[in-house]
Design a protein around this ligand. Structure first.
Ligand code: ADP
Ligand code: IOM
Length: 343
């Protein structure tokens, strides 16, 4: 019989905040129809108390079966209640984007990604090896049929040389191996089987296969042309959706393994140099809070900044549209640059 996990006193994850002994008691013996348990859902946050969130869904039903735990986490992270409705809008003409950095002083690169999972299969934390290989097969076949500027190749991780893999990671194109948060979530099982990356020749359009979500569809390029990056992504998603059906609900939008990605599953980011503002931590944090931004390090989640370069992205992803996600990032980055210039 599972017993209530030990969380250190200084634990700040949303898991330790909302997994009270009462909620634990209520949920501890529940399982989703595909067999995903509460202990699997919380293991990442139990093993890694410094997680921001610490919970993962193993399938679409997890959000219902474990809703007494997931709902308050979703409410706090996205400000989205269980009666709310999510709406999508990817009309890039609605984005009010200006050239934020005409002299190329601050923004190094721009990247927008969405997470997607195939309908009617478990999510990564609950998927079997055979199902994961099936996903790889379906997704890579669909991607290999793309034409024009999206045309590219699929590179499975299995058989990829260490040096190629290392270079792709260093250049910010590929996911890291051995992430301990994903490991404890069950997302690294059978590694590297079924994992891989698709990219076009210019590496401006990329798709990660079977990482935290089954697909991470990515548009990226050097510089700060946010609109061009968004337009490429929207066009790619539209083309891919003609071939693949993604897991989606009226209430939660696109379903993802981590509740922070629900809804749009979109993270729009820039790598930006802020040498002065980053010294003024109070002002830096006040601006990011005001514009609903998240600060990450230079190698993605759980990494540190280097040479005053930060990864700045929209924090909210559910209950706002894709256009609003990108607008949050754009407006916030404009405010950060204005503050940097004043110092
Ligand atoms: P995700 O964005 O999929 O949640 P991470 O935060 O781990 O995952 O980031 C994945 C990779 O994308 C990392 O190598 C990170 O440095 C890179 N990345 C994120 N934003 C940008 C950007 N604007 N320009 C270049 N690389 C970026
Ligand atoms: N998306 C996920 N990797 N993250 C929010 C994990 C965590 O820190 O809980």
């Amino acid at each position: 019989m599972p017993s209530y996990p030990h969380f250190p006193e200084n634990c700040t994850s949303l898991l330790c905040k909302y997994l009270t002994p009462t909620i634990f008691e209520k949920l501890r013996n529940r399982k989703t129809p595909s067999g995903f348990t509460l202990m699997q859902a919380i293991n990442s946050g139990v093993q890694n108390p410094e997680s921001a969130i610490g919970v993962y869904a193993g399938d679409e039903a997890s959000y219902e079966v474990f809703s007494p735990l997931f709902n308050p986490i979703i409410q706090e992270y996205h400000g989205f209640g269980h009666e709310d409705h999510h709406q999508s809008d990817m009309d890039s003409t609605k984005l009010k984007a200006t050239d934020l950095d005409p002299e190329n002083k601050y923004i190094i690169s721009t990247r927008i990604r969405v997470g997607r999972n195939l309908n009617a299969l478990p999510l990564g934390p609950g998927i079997s090896k055979e199902q994961r290989l099936h996903v790889e097969d379906e997704v890579s076949s669909a991607l290999l049929s793309l034409q024009g500027t999206l045309q590219g190749n699929y590179f499975p991780l299995e058989g990829m040389s260490d040096s190629v893999q290392k270079q792709l990671i260093e250049d910010h194109f590929l996911f890291k191996a051995g992430d301990r948060f994903l490991e404890a979530a069950g997302l690294n099982r059978d590694w590297p089987s079924g994992r891989g990356i698709f990219h076009n020749r210019e590496k401006t359009f990329l798709v990660w296969v079977n990482e935290e979500d089954q697909l991470r569809i990515i548009s990226m390029q050097q510089g700060g042309d946010i609109k061009a990056v968004f337009e490429r992504l929207v066009s790619a998603i539209g083309t891919i959706e003609k071939q693949l059906t993604f897991m989606h609900s009226e209430h939660l939008g696109y379903i993802t393994s981590c509740p922070t990605n629900l809804g749009t599953a979109m993270r729009a980011s820039v790598h930006i140099k802020l040498p002065k503002l980053s010294q003024d931590k109070e002002q830096f944090q006040a601006i990011t809070k005001q514009y609903h931004l998240q600060i990450r390090g230079i190698h993605g989640e759980h990494s540190e900044s280097e040479a005053a370069i930060f990864d700045i992205s929209n924090r909210r992803r559910l209950g706002i549209t894709e256009v609003e996600c990108v607008q949050d990032m754009h407006d916030g980055v404009a405010a950060l640059i204005a503050a940097e210039e004043k110092l």
